[in-house]
Structure formats: structure tokens, C-alpha cells
Design a protein around this ligand. Structure first.
Ligand code: ADP
Length: 505
């Protein structure tokens, strides 16, 4: 065992004592008990026992501020990791277990930092977008102070944190830092307890995989919802390209004899711009089977046995061709290798191999990957040629918005005095997406019902068909919807886990 002196030069927590070091995850804590489902019981059985920590080192560890201990773990924090902070491991683990629904991926490593003074429990995880999320495990609100503004993090709510954010737990402030004042990596074992759940997590993932793939196989033969290109506003160039890339080759195979087709596409752009919507419409127009998968699900459930699962999925797609596979939130699967996520790598390689097979066999299987974060994609995927065509999907211009507005209001009665042009100008200014338009129209409709007392009548059971016959959505209803939307947009510019934009019904 090496003995490492701490010098004032390398460490700001002044001491002249010697500390023993050990490798980071001690063998004695390698449990094969757990993935998250077993979190409670595993932590429950574990006694906090800082082996090798002498009186002196304990005294030293006490001097290290909690924010630096936390920052030290953040330095090597990755997807599948979780940190708990609090007075009592068992209590914090129990609370984390109760809030397990907030975590979308399997937990493979856990860290516990005991702290007497925080006055509550906090959990931290890394999400698949690469953000660090804090989970308020307490029964009380924990204000999150960011840029001099305060976000009230409610009990059992999660939120992402960035450098210099401050969490106020019972009045005790915890600052988020990316690195500690000095390198603490040698001393981590003295202030944190590490747990390795990887082998058990992988076993569980394997089980879930088998279930998921069999469920998927049953579901995907249902025809896609009948959305057509006529219900996609704007995006004319994209529609035109997709016709030539996918629809015509499927419809007129003779014409494409001997021609090399592109089978992989990436649609990228902000959420709500219609990437999923157009992919659904495309499958419908092409008369193809539509398999829609979310990268987050894939990432969390398919790791481990993913190679076999991807093969099964593609075999099935080939068997039922023509098929369009839509991979939403693709960055969760194919994120950059710089994050050194070996699981991601395995998935990416397998996916690229299967894409090559499709290319070689010239199957009528087309894979459309969508992402809000093109830059996060693994360059191996982007440059491989397997996902050869990249289309940017931007928020619509005024004419695009007009079309989307029309599509979303075609079955509603609008007052003829509504100044649609003025409203479209406002929507262009705020870079509103198709999803935003849909949301605003729905809200305006609701506002109209409130204004006309229709909800009230429904409540009193005095509502009659005549009420709706004379009903029209007015300018006032749209103004209010737009105002509320702008206010909402401000409030949710930082989004907690599970934040979901309005989706197609
Ligand atoms: P994305 O996949 O880009 O996040 P979605 O396709 O899920 O966005 O959009 C959400 C909803 O917004 C769609 O179901 C649709 O109702 C509406 N929408 C978005 N873009 C358009 C558009 N260009 N035309 C018509 N509706 C749209």
C-alpha cells in the first residue's frame, strides 16, 4: 500500500498528516446485490465503515467542505452513477428508492457522502443528455439559486444543475462546483462510500431486454396513425426530399433497380419542430410499417444484451418490409465516444453493422434517427455513411406557421375578426415550433370555453349542444393563450427530468 503525503502545495485543506490510499472502489463494497430495484435492501444491509480511516484522517476529512467532496466525485461522474448525500445512508437510500421513478437509466455505481450538517438528503445522477440532475429527496422545498434567481425545487422533484448553482437545504448552502479546490481523488475513500452494482444491473437489463423486445414485436405490426403529408405544415423541402429518398423507391422499385439507396437519415433540430410528426406521415404515405423507438428507452433497457436485440429488431423489420424505423432522441444511443461510455460504443457498432447489412441487401428498411442535439452524436455514426443524409428541421417561418395554424384549426370555429397575421408575426418572433402552435391553439380553445361559461355549464349539468353551436374562439382567447405560453416558456427554460413537451395525441 502506498503512503501519500499531503502537502500544502497540492492540497488546500492544511494538514501534515499522512493518509493511506487504496483503489477507488474497494473490493469489500463490491456488491452483487443490486440494480435500482435492490437499492433499498443493499444500502440497508450496509454499515458505514470507513476502513483504514484513522482518527487524524477523519479529522482532516471533516475540514473538507461538502461542496468539494461532491465536486471531486463529479470529476468522474457518468451515466449510470448516483451520489447520495445526507446524515444517514440507510435513510437516504430509502428515500432514493421511493423516488426511483425519476431515474430513467440503470444505476451501476453508487456513492454516498455522509454529512452531518446538510440537514436533509440529496441525490445526484447523470442523465443521458450528459446533464447532472439533483433530486430533492426531502419532504420540504429546496430552493435552487441560479444566476441570482431562485427556482423552488419541490419535494421529490428533480432538476439539472450547472456550475455555480447553489442548493439551499434547510438554510445550509451547497454550491455546485465542477472540481474541488484541490485534487481529492486520492482521499475519496475517506469521505465517500462507493458501491459497484454493474454486474447485477447488467443481469437485470438483460431480463428487461427480453421482455421489451417481445413486447415490441407484438406492437409494431399495428399500422401507424394515419397522419399524411397534408397534415405537416411547412417543411416543404424536407417532404420533397423524403419522397425521393424513401417513398418513390418503395412505390416504384423497378425504377430504382441497380441504384444505390441511402437507408439511414438523421433529422436534427429543436424539440417540437415536427421530426416525429413527419416520420409518421412518411411511413403512412409510403405504406410502410412504422417502428418508433426512443433512444432513452434503448439506452436504458437495451444495454448489455443490446447486440442480440438490435439484430432481432432489424430481422423483424426486414421480414415485414417496407419498414421505417424511427429512433427518437438518438443522441442517447449514439452520443459521442469522448464520454467513453463503452455501452454506447457497443450499441453504436452493432447499429452500424446492421445498417451495412441493409445497405448491402438493398432492403426496404429505412432508419430515421432524430435528435435535438446533433453535436452530441458520435462522429463514427455521423461520418460512417450509414446515416448518410442529414436534414435540419428548423422552427417554421411565417408561411410555415400559417400552414400549421390552419392544420390545427381546421375543425374549430374561429371568430372572423382574429388578426391572424399579427399573431403569426408574434409567433415567428419567438421562434415558435409546430408543437407550440398546437399547444397555443388548444389553450385558446380552452380559454374560449372558460370565457363562454361552457365549463361552468358542464359542471352544473346545464350544458346543451346549442352552447357549442354558437361558440367561436376569439382574439381575446388567443391573446391570453399566447401570454400564458410566453410566461410558461420563461419558467421552464430549465427542465426537470420527465419534462415532456405536448405530444401528438
Ligand atoms: P419533434 O419530434 O421534432 O420533437 P413532434 O413531431 O413530436 O416534434 O411535434 C409535436 C406535435 O407538434 C406534433 O404531433 C404535431 O401535432 C405538432 N407539429 C409539429 N410540427 C408540425 C408541423 N410542421 N406541422 C403540423 N404539426 C406539427
Amino acid at each position: 500500500m502506498r503512503i501519500n503525503p499531503i502537502s500544502a502545495k497540492t492540497n488546500h485543506y492544511q494538514s501534515n498528516v499522512l493518509l493511506k490510499t487504496k483503489k477507488e472502489v474497494p473490493d469489500e463494497v463490491k456488491s452483487n446485490e443490486i440494480n435500482l430495484n435492490h437499492l433499498n435492501s443493499t444500502y440497508n444491509q450496509t454499515q458505514i465503515n470507513f476502513r483504514g480511516a484513522t482518527e487524524v484522517s477523519r479529522a482532516l476529512v471533516k475540514q473538507i467542505p461538502l461542496e468539494d467532496k461532491l465536486a471531486s466525485i463529479f470529476q468522474n461522474f457518468k451515466l449510470g452513477d448516483m451520489i447520495l448525500i445526507g446524515k444517514n445512508l440507510h435513510e437516504c437510500a430509502k428515500k432514493m428508492y421511493e423516488n426511483a421513478g425519476l431515474i430513467k437509466n440503470a444505476i451501476k455505481r453508487g456513492f454516498f457522502i455522509p454529512d452531518e450538517n446538510l440537514g436533509g438528503c440529496l441525490g445526484f445522477i447523470k442523465n443521458s443528455m450528459g446533464d447532472t440532475e439533483v433530486i430533492n429527496l426531502n419532504d420540504f422545498e429546496v430552493p435552487l439559486i441560479t444566476d441570482n434567481k431562485t427556482y423552488p425545487l419541490k419535494a421529490k422533484e428533480s432538476f439539472y444543475v450547472v456550475r455555480d448553482d447553489i442548493l439551499s437545504v434547510n438554510g445550509n448552502l451547497l454550491k455546485i462546483k465542477e472540481e474541488p479546490k484541490s485534487d481529492l481523488s486520492m482521499f475519496r475513500k475517506n469521505f465517500t462510500r462507493a458501491f459497484d452494482f454493474e454486474s447485477e444491473a447488467n443481469k437485470n437489463i438483460e431480463k428487461i431486454n427480453k421482455k421489451t423486445i417481445s413486447q415490441l414485436m407484438q406492437k409494431k405490426h399495428k399500422s401507424s396513425t394515419p397522419v399524411t403529408f397534408a397534415q405537416v405544415g411547412g417543411l416543404h423541402e424536407l417532404k420533397d426530399s423524403l419522397k425521393k429518398d424513401i417513398i418513390y423507391p418503395i412505390r416504384y422499385p423497378d425504377a430504382y433497380e441497380g441504384m444505390e439507396l441511402n437507408h439511414g437519415f438523421i433529422l436534427y433540430g429543436p424539440p417540437g419542430t415536427g421530426k416525429t410528426h413527419i416520420a409518421r406521415a412518411l411511413a403512412n404515405e409510403a405504406g410502410a410499417n412504422f417502428i418508433s423507438l426512443n433512444g432513452l428507452d434503448l439506452e436504458s433497457k437495451w444495454v448489455g444484451e443490446s447486440e442480440a436485440n438490435w439484430r432481432n429488431l432489424f430481422d423483424e423489420a426486414k421480414e415485414k418490409q417496407p419498414t421505417i424505423i424511427f429512433l427518437d432522441e438518438f443522441d442517447a444511443v449514439a452520443r459521442t465516444r469522448d464520454s467513453k461510455d463503452v455501452y454506447g460504443d457497443k450499441v453504436v457498432n452493432q447499429l452500424l453493422t446492421l445498417m451495412t447489412d441493409i445497405d448491402n441487401a438493398n432492403d426496404d428498411v429505412f432508419v430515421i434517427a432524430a435528435t435535438n442535439n446533433f453535436k452530441a452524436l458520435d462522429s463514427a455514426v455521423v461520418r460512417s455513411g450509414r446515416f448518410g443524409k442529414h436534414y435540419e428541421v428548423t422552427p417554421p417561418d411565417k408561411e410555415g406557421l400559417r400552414e400549421i395554424f390552419k392544420i390545427n384549426t381546421q375543425n374549430r370555429k374561429l371568430d372572423e375578426n382574429i388578426n391572424i397575421d399579427d399573431m403569426l408575426d408574434k409567433l415567428v418572433n419567438i421562434k415558435a415550433t409546430g408543437a407550440d402552435v398546437r399547444h397555443i391553439v388548444n389553450e385558446a380553445h380552452n380559454n374560449g370555453f372558460v370565457r363562454a361559461g361552457i365549463f361552468e355549464k358542464m359542471e352544473n349539468s346545464t350544458y346543451s349542444v346549442m352552447d357549442i353551436k354558437n361558440f367561436k374562439i376569439t382574439q381575446e382567447d388567443f391573446d391570453k393563450a399566447l401570454m400564458d405560453f410566453l410566461k410558461d416558456k420563461k419558467d421552464t427554460s430549465r427542465k426537470p427530468i420527465g419534462f415532456i413537451r405536448p405530444q401528438a395525441s
